[in-house]
Design a protein around this ligand. Structure first.
Ligand code: HEM
Length: 154
């Protein structure tokens, strides 16, 4: 029973995290393409808000539910290749998020606050937008690989 609850929380975290990172990239790109500084600034604000709720919330549920289920289910967390491999991939993705994506988002949020009431959008903002998208896609690859490893358990 406890195992199933923890695994459900773990999977809820996976759904929320992967759902957020994929869907956010879509609406953010479409907001950017509007060219309207107010829409872009509001979308940038929402990137911050959804990151706090869903990226961070997803991470907490994945880690808490995952290690909790492993403990209750009697699985040593670093013994099985599929488990250790998923943890490593998850860590790689988390490092990209923390050290590449978050700093870009912080810079963009600062820039967006300056043009939130209208006004020119600096070139640096667009450069950051492109880098954010590329690094976002890069960070998703280990996440999807972890998903496969967890399901296939090779
Ligand atoms: C902190 C790292 C992680 C730990 C400790 C962990 C742990 C676990 C454990 C113990 C299970 C239950 C396995 C079973 O019932 O046979 C599980 C299942 C699962 N995990 Fe993870 N996990 C981690 C990361 C991830 C990540 C990053 C993803 C996806 C992006 C993921 C996706 C899944 C899926 C889809 C299942 C269900 C697999 C099945 O029932 O066949 N996990 N995980």
């Amino acid at each position: 029973m406890l195992y199933d609850v923890l695994k459900t929380l773990h999977l809820l975290g996976v759904v929320v995290l992967i759902g957020n990172v994929t869907v956010t990239s879509f609406w953010k790109v479409f907001a950017d393409r509007s060219g309207d500084p107010r829409i872009i600034a509001h979308a940038q604000y929402l990137v911050t808000v959804t990151d706090w709720f869903f990226t961070l919330g997803g991470i907490v549920l994945i880690v808490g539910g995952g290690f909790g289920a492993a403990h209750v289910g009697g699985m040593p967390p670093f013994a099985a290749g599929w488990l250790a491999g998923s943890e490593a991939l998850f860590l790689v993705s988390g490092m990209i998020w923390l050290f590449m994506l978050v700093p870009i988002q912080v810079r963009q949020a600062r820039q967006a606050r300056a043009f939130a009431e209208g006004g020119p959008i600096p070139d640096a903002y667009w450069r950051n937008s492109r880098r954010w998208l590329v690094w976002g896609i890069v960070a998703t690859v280990p996440l999807i690989s972890a998903l496969y490893l967890m399901v296939a358990k090779p």
